[in-house]
Design a protein around this ligand. Structure first.
Ligand code: HEC
Length: 156
């Protein structure tokens, strides 16, 4: 239900408290929905446990090229910190995850389960300085993180 619909209905003839109240409620619902859409990597969307699990996978499958601390090597770019964020600023975690899932490690895609890629992503977020959250296994449901936006700067 859209606020604009109620506001449109609240024309000069029907202007009433009930009508205004309805519009206000709808507007705030929309507001919450909008905030939800705009979740960013600053909202604590991974847990420390996930990042720890991810680190083990990084050591095993990614570090040989991207370095244990994810800062890259001569042959491969950094996958944490400014270098990553410079390229990914404004894009979604869903996109990043999909890129990892379909291209990494080169020639060995699918060596990790989807959930394991998410754990590696948690390690990358931690390594980039984003805060962890308390929500149990926040990234366990991959659909939930799909639209989380990568932001280099903390939003106001
Ligand atoms: C054999 C070396 C190698 C391994 C192992 C490897 N990568 Fe990569 N990775 C690369 C290279 C080279 C690039 C840059 C070229 C490209 O984008 O295809 C890259 C690019 C990336 C990117 C994109 C970086 C950007 O800034 O867009 C991500 C994310 C990534 N790798 C994640 C991973 C993860 C996670 C793993 C472990 C599961 C992994 N890689 C394992 C070599 C490797």
């Amino acid at each position: 239900m859209r606020a604009s619909f109620f506001i449109a209905k609240c024309n000069i003839y029907t202007l009433s408290l009930a009508c205004l109240a309805m519009a206000a409620i709808c507007a705030s619902v929309e507001c919450i929905a909008a905030q939800d859409e705009a979740r960013t990597v600053w909202d604590g969307i991974y847990t420390v446990e996930q990042a720890e699990r991810g680190q083990e996978l990084v050591d095993e499958h990614c570090a040989i090229c991207h370095g244990i601390n994810l800062r890259g090597s001569q042959g491969a770019p950094a996958i944490a910190g400014l270098e990553l964020l410079f390229l990914w600023d404004g894009r979604t975690l869903g996109e990043l995850l999909e890129t990892m899932r379909t291209t990494m490690p080169p020639g060995q895609t699918g060596v990790l389960a989807d959930k394991e890629y998410a754990d590696v992503l948690a390690t990358m977020l931690q390594g980039s300085g984003f805060p962890s959250g308390n929500e149990a296994e926040s990234m366990a449901n991959l659909e939930e993180i799909e639209y989380v936006i990568i932001r280099r700067e903390k939003p106001e």
